[in-house]
Ligand binder design. Structure first.
Ligand code: CIZ
Ligand code: SF4
Length: 319
């Protein structure tokens, strides 16, 4: 704890000295979330992180999250320095959708509108017509479907299936998945629901079909957080990365938050629903990237401008 306090103090000092702001995702370590809020930064989902960074006066953004989040921040704020505590922090959705293979998939289906999830590399976004996040994916595909457009979707197959079911759109899917959400188990969740009949079940749509079907609320991280703060219910079962419980506890003290079962936490490990790449973000990394200016994100042209196009299309749609 002494070491932690010391690191936090150093990070706080460096943020001020370097005119930098810390932008953190709900899934990162609670210490980083607290530091971000204590120093005028933000804790939010990937979309809001990018927007916050763009609109903030600081010339340096420290993005505590995973690589595609740093890239999105840089795409929206090319004039700013974007640093990440650990450049190796990535995402199974990003890793599972290499730009060259994705381009070939798009080339093979030129009649389809290309819609990609935020959890992709800048190079993949550069090939897309639209980027969406889980909070607006259904609305945007609904809009495209109403115009008679057929969709090529990448990379999350569970979210893709969820969108297709809700819109009736013709969607050709890339077969990627999030290694965290893919682990939630329907059968075990059903048993947990029986044990806690009064609990509200909150599920992120990156989860498998049988898990989504048991949900009372399906939504993005921000929507799930709002479900906790906005409900009279006392108990919640949460099927998303357990890093978000930190913020949920802060915003809804006294409520009972239960982690939805995964293959691991039902038997052996108590916290399997945590992203190993999000977990690479630490106070030491924040200090190091500010002290030495390392961990800088670059997005080359014309990739940046092309990727910006699909992000701005979404931002215009949601505003
Ligand atoms: O699972 C993720 O990485 C999510 C939900 C990212 C986001 O949009 O905040
Ligand atoms: Fe990617 Fe899943 Fe980790 Fe989010 S939680 S960064 S979707 S692997």
């Amino acid at each position: 704890p002494a070491r932690r306090d010391e690191l936090k103090a150093r990070a706080r000092r460096l943020l001020a000295e370097r005119n930098a702001v810390l932008v953190a995702h709900y899934y990162v370590d609670g210490d980083l979330q607290d530091l971000a809020l204590e120093t005028g930064g933000c804790v939010s989902d990937s979309l809001e992180m990018a927007r916050f960074g763009r609109d903030h006066a600081a010339q340096t953004l420290v993005v505590a999250g995973v690589r595609f989040m740093g890239e999105s921040a840089k795409i929206l704020s090319p004039e700013k320095t974007v640093l990440m505590p650990d450049l190796d922090a990535t995402c199974s959705l990003d890793l599972g959708c290499p730009p060259e293979d994705f381009a070939a998939f798009c080339d093979a289906h030129p009649d389809r509108t290309v819609v990609v999830y935020a959890n992709t590399s800048a190079a993949v976004k550069a090939r897309a017509d639209w980027m969406v996040t889980s909070s607006c994916a259904v609305a945007i595909v609904e809009h495209l479907h109403a115009q008679g457009q057929k969709v090529l979707w990448a990379p999350d197959r569970h979210l893709g299936r969820y969108i297709a079911e809700h819109t009736g759109a013709d969607m050709l899917m890339w077969q990627g998945e999030c290694i965290v959400h893919d682990e939630f188990k329907g059968l075990e969740l059903e048993l947990m629901k029986k044990e806690h009949p009064d609990a509200l079940v909150l599920v992120h749509p990156e989860s498998p079909k049988r898990v989504v079907e048991l949900a009372d609320v399906v939504g993005s991280t921000s929507q799930l957080l709002n479900a906790v703060t906005g409900s009279d219910r006392q108990t919640f079962i949460v099927a998303t990365d357990n890093g978000i419980l930190h913020r949920m506890r802060q915003l809804a003290p006294g409520k009972t938050l239960l982690e939805a079962p995964t293959a691991g936490n039902s038997a052996t490990c108590k916290s399997c629903a945590h992203c190993p790449w999000m977990a690479m973000n630490a106070l030491q990394g924040v200090v190091d990237c500010l002290e030495h200016g390392r961990g800088a994100i670059t997005v080359p042209e014309p990739t940046r401008t092309q990727a910006l196009g699909c992000i701005e299309r979404m931002l215009d749609f949601v505003k």
